[in-house]
Design a protein around this ligand. Structure first.
Ligand code: SF4
Length: 330
């Protein structure tokens, strides 16, 4: 059994057919979706900032790399928009992070700051979990936390939903176990959520007051707008503004029981991967399909068409070969 990563297990849990596309046939869309690009570029910028490098330079490098591969002008326009959005988000993120995590510092060992490092955990004789840790941070009391950054379009309203997500996150439990096995005494995990949006500028009403219609913004932007317009910020608007509109964080302690459960998840995935070639990679046509990178070929098959035609036109193998090359072997 080869090494298993978190994303491989998550893909398997999402849909067996998707697992077959990504990990058996090794396929990937020729063009990365904007959502994936922005998430990746933000991760690269935060990693650079944590290592005291230039976060904006990291975004520009990602942009230039993607722009070189663009074929039509429209793609370059989209990439420019992603670049500008990523820069705006990172400017705000760094200001928020400096305030929110005063006294925290990145954990540093003899290899330097613990940022984007590969870790592994042997979960059975023939199965190993591997992953890339976003960062390990030390709080003002000297306690170590493993950190995972998550970018998303919208936030849930209630903190409880995020707390449950973190409590059941087997990825961070495995990272904690892997770090503890390296004698790095991490106490728990931390999720940091980054919204893929910038604050909106509030509008003026016909009678020259700030609109109190619900807006996705923050107090700082609203105050700037009010100053520029020369108007007061209505109390009602302050009450309506979400407290943490663009960034949030949650922490949880990770116990041996959490680690045990996480290891069971990996072992179950390893077993499933070993039997799927015999039982088949069934479709799970369900609510998780919209947004799936293989939605189009699956929909075509669902309607009785030939998905291989769409695969040939819009997908490549990770090595860059013919997407149908492996189909004959399956
Ligand atoms: S579209 Fe749905 S059924 Fe097809 S691979 Fe994606 S998640 Fe699975």
């Amino acid at each position: 059994m080869p090494d298993l990563s978190f994303s491989e297990i998550k893909t398997l849990q999402r849909c067996h057919k998707l697992y077959q596309f990504v990990y058996v046939r090794n396929l990937t869309p020729i063009r990365e979706s904007p959502k994936i690009s922005i998430g990746r570029w933000i991760h690269a910028a935060i990693a650079a900032a944590t290592k005291n490098e230039d976060p904006f330079g990291a975004i520009l490098r990602e942009y230039e790399l993607a722009a070189k591969q663009a074929i039509i002008d429209e793609e370059i326009d989209n990439l420019r928009q992603i670049r500008d959005l990523a820069i705006g988000i990172i400017e705000r993120f760094l200001a928020w992070h400096a305030k929110e995590f005063q006294g925290w510092q990145v954990y540093t060992d003899d290899q330097g700051p613990f940022v984007e490092r590969e870790v592994s955990l042997q979960v059975s004789e023939d199965t190993r979990f591997i992953g890339i840790v976003d960062a390990v941070f030390q709080d003002p009391n000297g306690t170590l936390w493993v950190r995972d950054y998550k970018t998303q379009e919208d936030f849930y309203q209630h903190d409880r939903e995020y707390e449950v997500l973190l409590d059941t996150d087997f990825q961070l439990a495995l990272y904690v176990a892997a770090l503890r096995s390296q004698k790095i005494p991490v106490i728990g995990g931390q999720h940091i959520y980054i919204r893929r949006k910038l604050p909106q500028w509030p509008k003026l009403t016909k009678d020259f007051k700030l609109s109190t219609q619900y807006i996705l913004s923050d107090l700082e932007t609203v105050q700037k707008a009010a100053e520029l317009y020369g108007v007061e910020v209505p109390e009602e608007l302050i009450r309506k503004l979400p407290k943490n509109a663009f960034f949030r964080h949650y922490e949880t302690l990770i116990s041996d029981i959490d680690v045990y459960r996480a290891i069971q998840t990996v072992l179950h995935a390893a077993h499933l991967i070993s039997v799927l070639p015999q039982i088949g990679y069934a479709h799970h046509w369900h609510y998780r399909c919209p947004g799936c990178p293989f939605y189009e070929p699956c929909l075509s098959e669902w309607k009785g068409g030939d998905p291989e035609i769409i695969l040939k036109a819009n997908y490549k193998t990770r090595e860059g070969g013919d997407p149908l090359g492996r189909a004959q072997d399956l």
